[in-house]
Design a protein around this ligand. Structure first.
Ligand SMILES: Nc1nc2c(c(=O)[nH]1)N[C@H]1C(S)=C(S)[C@@H](COP(=O)(O)O)O[C@H]1N2
Ligand SMILES: [Mo]
Length: 232
């Protein structure tokens, strides 16, 4: 007889497989995958060659960019709600988040103000796994990421569920510093960095696209670094 835990696990696995199946074909057609060269971001996509997207320069530092408010949320107080167009809205606390599968990845960070940082080592949870927990509606195609500083940014699900899109709590081997969005932020290595909400608080699944903070103010709604796709 299956235990509740087994039921829960198989539901999550089903939801993940469903999401993957729904977006696999579309994901292969996104520029970061479909463009002939370069293929995307991060060492595995650079074929061993350091490569920068057009008009970017490399920095070894990690500049801080935000709206000037740096909310200090302890891990104890931090919550992440996944809701909107889904069957099972859920709020995770630190313990529930930590219990999800933890992954490590190394990827690049491209800021629209033209600096790129190569090879950032991250640790966190796949955004796809967290979204799957809520069992998105079949017609949900977007996610609005909300943050504790009231920042918002919208991401199409086809980008959000790519395997290198993470909710990270660790960077460079140490807990993510507050100024970079700790305790938990989103990273979107295939898109400009403004698509990754620092101090993330809520993932709102949407049927229709809505513009986030910078997207409303003229930033590109697609944000592909390899296409120099900065402003709309
Ligand atoms: N919550 C929140 N997330 C945010 C921002 C913000 O103002 N608030 N700024 C975005 C922008 S414009 C960039 S370039 C990156 C910068 O991340 P960093 O400060 O870690 O370099 O965070 C993005 N995420
Ligand atoms: Mo930015």
């Amino acid at each position: 007889m299956a235990s509740d835990d087994d039921d829960k696990l198989s539901r999550i696995v089903d939801a993940r497989m469903k999401l993957r199946a729904r977006f696999l074909k579309d994901a292969d057609a996104t520029p970061s995958v479909a463009d002939a060269r370069p293929m995307g971001s991060g060492p595995k996509n650079r074929h061993g060659m350091p490569q920068l997207p057009p008009d970017q320069y490399e920095t070894r530092k990690w500049p801080v960019l935000d709206l000037g408010v740096k909310p200090t949320i302890s891990r104890e107080r931090w919550r992440l709600t996944i809701d909107g167009a889904c069957a099972r809205p859920v709020t995770l606390d630190w313990a529930a988040f930590s219990a999800l599968e933890q992954v490590e990845d190394v990827s690049d960070f491209h800021c629209v103000t033209k600096w790129s940082r190569f090879d950032v080592p991250w640790r966190g949870v796949r955004l796809a796994d967290v979204i799957a927990l809520a069992e998105p509606a079949d017609d949900a195609h977007f996610v609005m990421c909300h943050a504790y500083d009231s920042y918002t940014t919208n991401v199409p699900l086809v980008e959000a569920i790519k395997p290198d899109v993470l909710l990270v709590h660790t960077a460079d081997g140490v807990p993510l510093p507050v100024e970079h969005g700790g305790p938990v932020r989103v990273i979107t290595p295939q898109l400009y960095a403004w698509k990754g909400a620092k101090w993330v608080s809520r993932l709102e699944l949407l049927r229709e696209d809505k513009l986030g903070f910078w997207e409303e103010r003229g930033y590109s709604n697609t944000a592909y670094p390899w296409r120099n796709d900065r402003y709309s």
